[in-house]
Design a protein around this ligand. Structure first.
Ligand code: AMP
Length: 807
């Protein structure tokens, strides 16, 4: 993790550019005017960018098709291959993704290019490349599974800076490297100034270079011109990482104070934050500066290493004492500002609701799962998120942490940190409910300026309580990053989404109309919306009543669950939502949640109401009341029964887990959440996942993770994990292990251990479900029969026989 990365020349069209080596901007300005130099720079760089001028911005699919058809027409008679004429455009369904539109046999095909993370892209099952240019080059080299190789492009412009790995070194880059402040200032003021966030041939922005070479004044000019302080270079580092690596403490100050740089931004390649970089390089001044700006002392990298570990490994003797606990920085918060020792999840929810779930409002309470843990209940976008604060041992000291976030010596330090930096939580902690139940604003100045003496806080009384017709079911207290399915919502965008529907949303709403026609539509006037039942991936799930008008003056009222959607989830998620609805509409089985129809405005899925909510929550809230025999066996047989039905309908669920089973009663559970399900194409034997996205890896068979393949046998693997969750009363499978660690664990032949109260025969079934070879796993019919008729579970059959069928 040293700078060798930068020294290494990238084999691109921009490498070995003789001009970039020799042109001295300040010298040249004695001979030529800045106007001339910038004109010349623009022209030569446009020429260099010509091979990648395939980007057409935010154009709809129809426009792409007509551009390509015109292109095809102009190729006619030239003898050129008409297959593989292409262009790249922005995806209309996701702000970060792109689409390649390409011709084949005189038709146009469109393929989604997904951003996997920070400037890394993937098309279908192809490789992940850093930078869009590399991805396009890969498919120019050969079809590689695409319908055709990309042969020539319709001319547009080069890709946007954020999606590029590198670019031609421009006059601004050169002037920054020279370090002449006046020259840089003149360029920045000039009408032909290159884009301030453009990357050079080595993949760094001008601000990265200013930071790396310690040019604080220039860095300030760049920030004032709009340079992105969080831009990432090829190593995934921000300007702050670079300044820390090169030990420029004054630049660190400037980036954080003036540029509002967040010291907790991680490199996507290693998980290192700036403090790791400073510690590894032994740059004590930068360490002091970062700590002075409240960077946490013990952030953890992807492999768990702290800056102290690095400083010790590289023998940075003067840094070690700075990075070792005790953390002597003054803590200003107090436990009585937010701690509620006797509150459970339901009471915490009610209390936060009394204050209308204001953004960033929080409290801390004891975990009901583990007496040593605490939980932050935090409001974000009118929902409540629960983050478990765990305790572990680090270098003989007991430390507190949330998921893979930093270690803290105590709860006070942890709360103070998350009041300053969001650092993976859904939002920063902005206001708390005090132990005497008043609201306390967190004054940013108070936290961020060190020498403030004023300790007074703004207090207010609760808002009048919002009437609740039914206690809100608590959200699942799964934590931040450890469980891929329970990720926190994405960090708030730097530019909050506008309330107006975006162009893409408008288009999606338009596209939606045609697909809506296939659904049973329910009139908004027939729906009464009630309290929130829980949070789904795209919005709240609410209770409601559906009035079905049968004949004149005759109607019935049915309790329903209403799946609602945030405005800002609509544009990106429409396809998944419609997919879920389309699948559910085809299903009719007693062990599967029914879809009654769709309400158009506001857009909602109207589903059968399942009163006791998710099985996962139910299990650990009623631990002592649920017996393995008969209840769990009965539930297991019902899930297997529902899955048999899905198999006959040729549907692969892909997200079978306790969180997605709903409890109707002690005698009936139902499978829900078809957000990840896909119709299964039999000839292919496997459904191939075409999009990356959020995968519940801990529930997935190895072939899902390794090859993106899904079929009924991979659902069987997930069924085994669901059984394990049931018999361990809602424990987290594989505990704190991350996705990669779980995969290694599985590959090495290990499996989850038998839960304490699980009968041996049942555990053996789980192990069968987790057979490495899909063919050796049982099928759902076997599983259904096993749980229904096995001698050991005789009582299950009795219950099933005695149950009156309500459907
Ligand atoms: P989902 O979007 O399916 O993940 O749902 C999120 C949460 O909403 C679940 O965990 C349940 O607590 C609740 N929920 C979803 N669907 C229903 C339903 N049909 N009946 C009752 N509660 C539901």
């Amino acid at each position: 993790m040293d700078d060798s990365f930068d020294e290494e020349r990238y084999d691109s069209v921009y490498a070995n550019d003789p001009v970039s080596e020799f042109l001295n901007v300040t010298e040249s300005l004695r001979i030529q005017s800045l106007d001339q130099l910038l004109e010349e720079d623009k022209r030569t760089n446009a020429q260099k960018d010509d091979p990648i001028a395939w980007y057409h911005g935010k154009i709809p699919r129809e426009a792409a098709e007509s551009i390509l058809k015109e292109g095809l027409a102009s190729l006619q008679g030239t003898g050129a291959d008409s297959n593989g004429l292409y262009l790249i455009r922005d995806s209309t369904s996701s702000d970060k993704d792109f689409v390649v539109s390409v011709t084949h046999d005189a038709k146009v095909f469109h393929f989604q290019i997904k951003e996997v993370f920070d400037g890394h892209y993937k098309l279908d099952e192809g490789p992940t490349t850093q930078g869009l240019e590399k991805l396009v080059a890969f498919y120019e080299n050969g079809a590689n599974g695409l319908i055709t190789k990309l042969t020539r492009h319709c001319k547009g412009s080069p890709p946007p800076d954020r999606a590029r790995l590198n670019g031609p070194t421009n006059l601004l880059h050169r002037a920054v490297m020279e370090g002449n402040e006046d020259t840089v200032a003149s360029i920045l003021q000039h009408r032909l100034c290159p884009p301030v966030n453009a990357k050079n041939e080595l993949g760094t922005t001008a601000l990265h270079d200013a930071s790396k070479y310690g040019k604080a004044v220039i860095a300030r000019l760049l920030i004032d011109k709009g340079a992105d302080v969080h831009a990432k270079d090829r190593a995934g580092f921000t300007p702050l990482h670079r300044a820390c690596s090169a030990n420029y403490a004054d630049v660190v100050t400037l980036l954080i104070k003036h540029g509002k740089a967040d010291p907790q931004i991680r490199s996507p390649k290693t998980g290192w934050v700036a403090l790791h970089e400073a510690a590894m390089k032994g740059n004590a001044d930068c360490i002091k500066k970062l700590l002075q700006f409240f960077a946490p002392m013990m952030p953890r990298a992807d492999d768990g290493q702290t800056p102290l570990d690095l400083a010790s490994r590289y023998n940075r003797q003067d840094c070690i004492p700075l990075l070792r606990f005790p953390d002597k920085r003054q803590v200003r918060t107090k436990k009585e500002y937010w701690f509620h020792s006797g509150l459970d999840r339901k009471a915490a929810t009610q209390l936060l609701e009394e204050y209308r779930k204001e953004e960033g409002l929080f409290l801390v309470r004891k975990s009901t799962r583990n007496e040593h843990y605490n939980v932050i209940s935090l409001c974000h976008k009118k929902s409540i998120f629960n983050f478990e604060i765990k305790v572990t041992d680090y270098q003989n000291c007991s430390v507190h942490y949330i998921d893979d976030g930093p270690y803290f010596e105590n709860l006070l330090q942890l709360i103070e940190h998350y009041s300053r930096y969001c650092d993976g939580l859904s939002t920063k902690l902005r206001a708390s409910i005090t132990s005497d139940k008043r609201k306390m604003e967190i004054d940013e100045e108070y936290y961020n300026v060190q020498d403030v003496n004023n300790t007074s806080k703004r207090l207010s009384s609760p808002a009048p309580p919002v009437p609740q017709s039914r206690p809100v079911l608590p959200t699942h207290p799964n934590h931040l990053h450890g469980d891929p399915k329970n990720e926190p919502p994405p960090l708030p965008p730097s530019h909050p989404p506008t309330k107006q529907p975006s162009a893409s949303l408008k288009k999606d709403l338009g596209d939606r109309q045609s697909s809506l026609d296939e659904f049973k539509k329910i009139d908004k006037r027939d729906i009464k919306i009630g309290c929130e039942l829980g949070q789904g991936e795209f919005g709240a799930v609410k209770k409601g009543f559906y009035t079905q008008r049968k004949a004149k003056f005759r109607s019935t009222q049915t309790e329903v669950a209403l799946k609602t959607f945030h405005d800002d989830s609509m544009s990106g998620a429409m396809t998944s939502i419609m997919e879920e609805a389309r699948l559910m509409q085809r299903l009719d089985h007693e062990c599967i949640v029914k879809l009654y129809g769709i309400c158009e405005k506001p857009f909602m899925l109207v589903e059968e109401f399942i009163p006791l909510g998710s099985m996962l929550d139910y299990l650990y809230e009623h631990k002592n009341q649920i017996q393995a025999n008969p209840t769990m066996y009965l539930w297991a047989s019902q899930v297997a029964h529902g899955m048999c039905y899905l198999e006959t309908m040729k549907i692969v669920h892909r997200d079978l887990a306790a969180r997605n089973i709903l409890v109707q009663s002690m005698q009936q559970v139902k499978i829900s959440d078809f957000g990840l399900s896909r119709a299964f194409v039999e000839e292919k034997n496997y459904y191939q996942a075409s999009k990356g996205g959020r995968w519940p890896i801990k529930w997935y068979a190895p072939e899902c993770v390794n090859y993106g393949k899904f079929n009924h046998k991979t659902d069987v693997w997930s069924f085994g994990i669901t059984l394990w969750e049931m018999f361990s009363y809602g424990e987290q499978p594989y505990g704190d292990k991350k996705g990669v660690e779980v995969m290694q664990f599985i590959e090495s032949g290990e499996r989850l251990e038998k839960p304490d109260n699980c009968p041996k025969t049942c555990y053996l079934k789980m192990l069968e479900c987790w057979n490495k070879e899909p063919a050796k796993r049982p099928d759902f019919n076997d599983l259904y029969r096993h749980f229904q008729v096995d001698q050991e579970y005789a009582s299950v059959s009795e219950i099933q026989r005695s149950r009156t069928k309500k459907y």
